[in-house]
Design a protein around this ligand. Structure first.
Ligand code: ADP
Length: 192
C-alpha cells in the first residue's frame, strides 16, 4: 500500500502514521522528520533548512524532493510506504507523481484528515508545551497554518480531481480516527 497522508499541522498525521505503520507493515516517511534529522546532524542540507523551518516556511522544493527520492529508493520502501508531510504544494504533488511513475510505484490513495482551524491551534499550542519544537512558537504556528491554507489545501483538490482522495473527519480519539482510516483504505472500498 502506497499512501499519502494529508492534513494541516496539528491534524494528527504523525500520530496516525505511526499506527498505520504497524498495521500495514510499511515504513512511515515524514519529510518533516527527515529534515529535523538533517538539522540535528548538521548536514549541509540541514544547515540550509534550519532557519526556514524555524520560521514556519517551506524548505525549497528541490531539496525536499532529492531527500525524498533517496528515501523512497531504500529497499524497505519497495513494498509500500506512508508518506507524511509531502506533497505540500502543487509543484511537489506533480513531482511526486513523476517520481513514483519513474520508479513504477504509483500511489494508491491520499487520505486527508480534516480538522477545524481553532482545534488545530489549541492542539499545536498543547504540543509546544510538551515537545518544545522550535516551530511550535505561536508565530511559527500561525505561519505554518497560513502556508497550509495557501499552498497545501490545493493539493487536496489535486487528488480529489484524480479520484484518489479519501477525506476523513480528523476529530475524535486517536482510535476513532484510526478506525476511519483503516475502513477508508480497506480493499474494495470506493475512494471519494
Ligand atoms: P507539521 O505538519 O506539523 O507542520 P512537519 O514535521 O511535517 O510538521 O514539518 C515541519 C517543517 O518541515 C515544515 O514547517 C517545513 O518547514 C518543513 N517541511 C516538511 N515537509 C516539507 C515539504 N514537503 N516541503 C517543504 N518543507 C517541508
Amino acid at each position: 500500500m502506497r499512501l499519502v497522508l494529508l492534513g494541516a499541522p496539528g491534524s494528527g498525521k504523525g500520530t496516525q502514521a505511526a499506527r498505520l505503520r504497524e498495521h500495514l507493515q510499511v515504513p512511515h516517511i515524514s519529510t518533516g522528520e527527515l529534515l529535523r534529522a538533517a538539522v540535528a546532524a548538521g548536514t549541509p542540507l540541514g544547515v540550509q533548512a534550519k532557519s526556514v523551518m524555524e520560521s514556519g516556511g517551506l524548505v525549497s522544493d528541490d531539496i525536499v524532493l532529492g531527500m525524498l527520492e533517496e528515501r523512497l529508493l531504500r529497499p524497505d520502501a519497495a513494498d509500500g510506504f506512508i508518506l507524511d508531510g509531502y506533497p505540500r504544494n502543487l509543484v511537489q504533488a506533480r513531482a511526486l507523481d513523476a517520481l513514483l511513475a519513474k520508479i513504477r510505484q504509483p500511489m494508491d490513495i491520499a487520505v486527508q484528515l480534516d480538522v477545524a482551524q481553532d482545534l488545530l491551534v489549541s492542539r499545536l499550542s498543547g504540543r509546544a508545551h510538551v515537545e518544545g519544537r522550535a516551530d511550535d512558537s505561536p508565530e511559527a504556528v500561525r505561519k505554518r497554518l497560513s502556508v497550509y491554507e495557501e499552498q497545501t489545501a490545493p493539493v487536496v483538490d489535486y487528488y480529489r480531481n484524480t479520484g484518489k482522495l479519501a477525506c476523513l473527519d480528523g476529530v475524535g480519539s486517536v482510535d476513532e480516527v484510526f478506525i476511519r482510516i483503516v475502513e477508508a483504505i480497506s480493499p474494495g472500498k470506493d475512494v471519494g
